[in-house]
Every structure is written in structure tokens, then in C-alpha cells.
Ligand binder design. Sequence first.
Ligand SMILES: [Zn+2]
Length: 195
Amino acid sequence: MIVITRMKEITNMKATPGEAICVIEEFLPGNWVYEDDGIVRAAVVGKVIPDLRLRTVNLKPHVKIPQLPTKGDVVYGIVTVLHDELAIIKIFASESGRKYINPFTGTIHITQVQESYVKNFYEVLAVGDIIKAKVLNNSTPYSAAIKEQKLGVVMAYCTICGSPMRKHQSDTLKCSKCGNVEKRKLSVNYGNIKI
Ligand SMILES: [Zn+2]
């Protein structure tokens, strides 16, 4: 009876680290709590959730679990490093509008660029390009692909003068200032993005 009364008192109580929740004779320590000399205390900021069946007390942490990219997500990234067969990108937002304050590192292998043969990355991407890519796995380092029509470069700047490039042909861009023409694996959404 005492335990049930106590349970009602502490259920949904907001606890801060170190705060006493109950004594171990009432409830044993469960998740996100610890025992200190017979007293169960909160280990994190959270809401108290007792479990009468197991006779334990748990906390539901108030921390925000960061939303991570997962397999199949379409994301935006900036190209940071190019090798012959590997591009390294920083994933900074998802297509659905989620922004990642600490960008995730991703890699694109040369075989994930397009169905047809690509000699090396310098033919299809340049450092500084903003690309739309599909995530292929569920944890860092992420692998990504840009094969689909909607995937690929969505914004690029001239490697000679730094001005924005305009779509010229299906796989080329033209600098609006100096007229320089460069090859890319373009997204059909090139120049038409809202990040
Ligand atoms: Zn230019």
C-alpha cells in the first residue's frame, strides 16, 4: 500500500541529476538512475516512471535524440574532397528540411555516380558543389549515391571565377560571368533548390 501511494507521488515527477526519487525499499534502481546509500537518485534530467511489476524506478531522459540520416534518405551535401574514385561530402540537411548542425561525413564511390562508365570524379563533381544524394547505410561514415535523375549537383560555382553556374546541356554548366563550361553529373533539379 505504501508503495502504491509512493508510486502515485513520484510518477511523472521531473527529476534533475542527483535528486532523490525514493528509497530502495520502495523501488530498485532501473534506467537512468543510481543508488547512493539506499537512496535512488536521478542520473539525468528526466521524468520519473516507476514500474510496479518489476518494483523498479526509471527515468525517461529529456535529452533530444538527434535525428540521423538513415538508409534511403535523400540529403544535401557539399563536396569537400575529390579523389579519382571517391568523393567525400559533408551532409548538412535532409530533403525533408531537417538541418544537421554538425554535418555528417559521407563518401560516394565512383560506381555510385551513374549507370554509364565514369573515368574519374573530376568529370562529374567539383569541390564546393552542392549535391543531392541518397544515403545507402544507417551509420557514419555514410555511403551515398547520386545515380538517379533527381540526384547529383544542384548548385555549383565556376572553378575559374567563383560565379554561379547555369545549366548549359544535360551534363554541362556554363559560368554566367566568364563563359567557362564545365562537366557535371547534374540533378534534374539543378538551380531549383530550397534548403
Ligand atoms: Zn566563371
